[in-house]
Design a protein around this ligand. Structure first.
Ligand SMILES: C[S@@+](CC[C@H](N)C(=O)[O-])C[C@H]1O[C@@H](n2cnc3c(N)ncnc32)[C@H](O)[C@@H]1O
Length: 207
């Protein structure tokens, strides 16, 4: 039932932590965490009542006692938590959510887009990206980030391509850029993509 992407998110959860899955939708992550005793406790929340109902029904089906909150980001969550998971949404939604003072020390993030913008923002507001895992799931590459409060200054290259050091993923990006370069695109974009590919090649070379 659970996707490789959600399994990868679960692999970054620590055993002693209480996790809140923000934007839980179906609640599959919480079910997996709870059933496999991966962490101390788990809470689920969503901004949308229908989505939250899906989770509540699934928890009932599996006879799992998981607290749920109807909440925009962390705003209405009253229980204690020390890790926040935000996955399956765009970078802008993640950035809007983590602006809150209620954002915990540890975040596990899987954005659907704009990873460069998200990494810049994390560093700006005082989160270090400790680890990035790349997962290929359902014909897509997903990046899952483990972030902890703290100061970090990533290089331009790290901001652009992350810290996963996953050569297969970097090669995928090169090939994707090559395909875009074949199309009729503005000169500035062409120059940018060629520069990205030059940087990416450096990352795929054996050291
Ligand atoms: C595509 S689903 C992702 C479900 C799950 N997290 C996953 O990764 O498979 C996105 C969910 O995020 C919820 N969502 C979007 N913005 C939110 C916000 N500001 N606060 C809480 N939930 C939000 C949506 O209602 C939706 O249920």
């Amino acid at each position: 039932m659970i996707s490789e992407r959600l399994k990868t998110i679960a692999s970054l959860v620590s055993q002693n932590d209480t996790v809140v899955d923000v934007g839980c939708d179906h609640g599959y992550l919480a079910i997996y965490l709870k059933k496999n005793n991966i962490c101390k406790d788990v809470i689920s929340s969503d901004i949308n009542q229908n989505a939250l109902n899906n989770a509540i029904n699934n928890f009932k089906k599996y006879k799992l006692d998981i607290k749920t909150y109807l909440s925009d980001g962390f705003s209405n969550i009253e229980s204690y938590y020390d890790t926040g998971v935000i996955a399956g949404v765009g970078a802008q939604t993640i950035m809007d959510i983590i602006k809150s003072e209620k954002t915990p020390n540890k975040l596990i993030l899987a954005s659907n887009n704009d990873l460069y913008k998200l990494r810049c923002y994390l560093n700006k507001i005082g989160y270090k990206i400790r680890e990035e895992k790349v997962v290929y799931d359902n014909k897509h590459y997903y990046i899952v980030m483990l972030c902890i409060k703290g100061i970090q200054k990533l290089t331009k290259k790290e901001l652009l391509f992350g810290i996963s050091n996953n050569k297969k993923y970097y090669n995928y990006l090169i090939n994707k850029n090559k395909e875009i370069l074949k199309k009729n695109i503005p000169l500035l974009k062409k120059i940018q993509l060629k520069y990205y590919n030059y940087l990416l090649k450096g990352l795929t070379e054996k050291k």
